[in-house]
Design a protein around this ligand. Structure first.
Ligand code: MSP
Length: 478
């Protein structure tokens, strides 16, 4: 039977700085979902990458006195390294400075222009370089953006090309409200739909400026090379151009799932769908909008010195430990809080004390009794509500569900005092417990690919079980 195709994406991060825990959180979570779909028998294409044009990147390169291309090459390399370290199984690392991306973007925008959906007009107003977004007066506090430094909001008056966003807004609203473009969780769908409906009703939704006159670092507008294409127009198209570049378009378009933070959900719904409607392309199916986190109650920032780097997490908790901690921390409905004390606690309780201890004590008992493992190496089934949770991207609930099974198995070992059982009775009970462990391992495969493989290898059928090596070493300060 032909496998179902599944195309999943993370945002492509601005190539301005080293990757931080926020990027890792979103990317590891996407990787977990991608691996789940692969294990469920789908043909998966998983996109990650970097967003390399625009004012924000250009200013950062200037401030470091580097040539912009050299600068983004270096940043992209660091992203690639950290994704490799974290065992991210991406199909492509998309970079918007790839010349082939430029060709695809040029063709796309030309098509939209030829259709009559782009016109030239004067733009006057504020632009936040941090958001790479034009701001309305009501979005500003004391004349600047609420998220980024005040000096990042600049006043601009120039000729721009505009995309007729307004023409597509009613159709986009319908697609969102009817769930044809499904936005999860529902609270985020409602926020976007309400904002859009209001903007349409109040006649407040303007067309979108999609070019900049005084920007060197960007893809040229094909019919007017004095203008560069607005970075979001070019960046969103990375999801589309990647498949063209990789000759996978027929197979994988349209995306089944975009995963984005709430800061960029408007771009990935209203703007992105309008662009695709204009170009008469098939539309993506689902958007998962994540919330934000704080670190020990504070916003993560360099000046506060509380930035957590993925490399430091790996040094402390190992690769799979880090993947587990990040996957369980993705803020789902509301903003969440993370931090080393929370990570330590969860590492100790869920990993060292629960899962690690279960595998260690069961394998040690088997070794002592000279037990030869029986049954199948793997039990390839997802338990309980796991599939349903994955469909709604509730990774934390998937993990909770599996953890219950782990705890039950630990309780069973203790309550049944298996170590006191004689041969036949021991074989029977331990066989069931090992099958339970195999089930846990399979269900956690997307989260901890290497550790679960080690667990399965410990109970390799027809072999004498040896005590497993420590899966989750004690933390230094224990
Ligand atoms: N380049 C754009 C995306 C273009 S996609 C076509 C961009 N880049 S970004 O580097 O700012 O990354 C934004 C994404 O990083 C967020 O949407 C989110 O997925 C992730 N996060 C960054 N900081 C985060 C938090 N503090 N909390 C949760 N996610 C965070 O926007």
């Amino acid at each position: 039977m032909k496998k179902e195709n599944y195309y999943i994406t993370t945002p492509i991060y601005y190539a301005t700085d080293d990757p931080h825990v926020g990027h890792a959180l979103a990317t590891v979570s996407a990787d977990v979902i991608a691996r789940y779909h692969e294990l469920s028998g789908k043909n998966v294409y998983f996109l990650v990458g970097t967003d390399e044009y625009g004012t924000r990147v250009s200013l950062k390169a200037q401030s470091e006195k580097k040539d912009p291309q050299q600068f983004v090459d270096d940043v992209a390399k660091r992203y690639q390294e950290i994704w490799k370290t974290l065992n991210i199984k991406n199909s492509i690392f998309m970079r918007t400075t790839n010349p082939k991306h430029k060709d695809v973007v040029s063709k796309f925008i030309q098509k939209v222009y030829d259709k009559g959906d782009i016109y030239k007009a004067e733009y006057e107003g504020y632009y936040c370089v941090g958001c790479e977004e034009f701001k309305k007066d009501k979005d500003l506090i004391e004349g600047h953006c609420q998220i980024h430094r005040p000096d990042q909001t600049i006043f601009q008056r120039e000729e721009n090309y505009f995309f007729k966003l307004k023409n597509y807004a009613p159709e986009v609203l319908k697609l969102i409200e009817s769930d044809e473009y499904k936005i999860i969780p529902p609270s985020k769908k409602n926020e976007i739909a309400t904002k859009l409906r209001q903007a349409i009703d109040d006649n407040e939704l303007g067309d979108l400026s999609i070019s900049r006159e005084n920007l060197d670092w960007g893809i040229r507008v094909p019919w007017d090379n004095t203008h560069a294409i607005y970075v979001w127009f070019d960046a969103l198209l990375n999801y589309y151009s990647a498949l063209k570049i990789d000759n996978k378009f027929e197979e994988f378009w349209p995306p089944q799932l975009h995963i984005v933070g709430k800061d960029i959900s408007w771009f990935h719904s209203v703007i992105w769908l309008s662009m695709l409607l204009s170009a008469e392309e098939k539309l993506p199916k689902k958007l998962f909008v994540t919330s934000f986190f704080t670190i020990d109650g504070q916003k993560m920032s360099k000046s506060l010195g509380n930035v957590i780097s993925p490399d430091d997490l790996v040094t402390k908790y190992g690769i799979d430990g880090t993947r587990y901690l990040l996957a369980t921390s993705l803020p789902y409905l509301d903003d969440g809080d993370i931090g080393y004390s929370k990570f330590d606690e969860r590492y100790r309780s869920d990993l060292s004390n629960d899962l690690g201890n279960l595998v260690s004590r069961v394998s040690a008992l088997c070794e002592k009794k000279g037990y030869v493992a029986e049954g199948d190496r793997e039990i390839p089934e997802f338990i309980g509500k796991v599939e349903e949770f994955y469909e709604s991207c509730k990774i934390h609930e998937v993990i909770q569900e599996v953890n219950k099974l782990t705890s039950d198995l630990n309780t069973r070992v203790t309550e049944e005092k298996i170590w006191e059982k004689e041969k036949e009775e021991f074989s029977k009970v331990i066989g069931a417990i090992i099958n339970g462990i195999r089930r846990v391992a399979y269900n956690l495969k997307p989260v901890m690919p290497e550790t679960t493989e080690n667990i399965l290898a410990t109970f390799e059928p027809n072999k004498k079980v040896q005590k497993a090596k420590v899966l989750f070493p004690r933390l230094d300060d224990d």
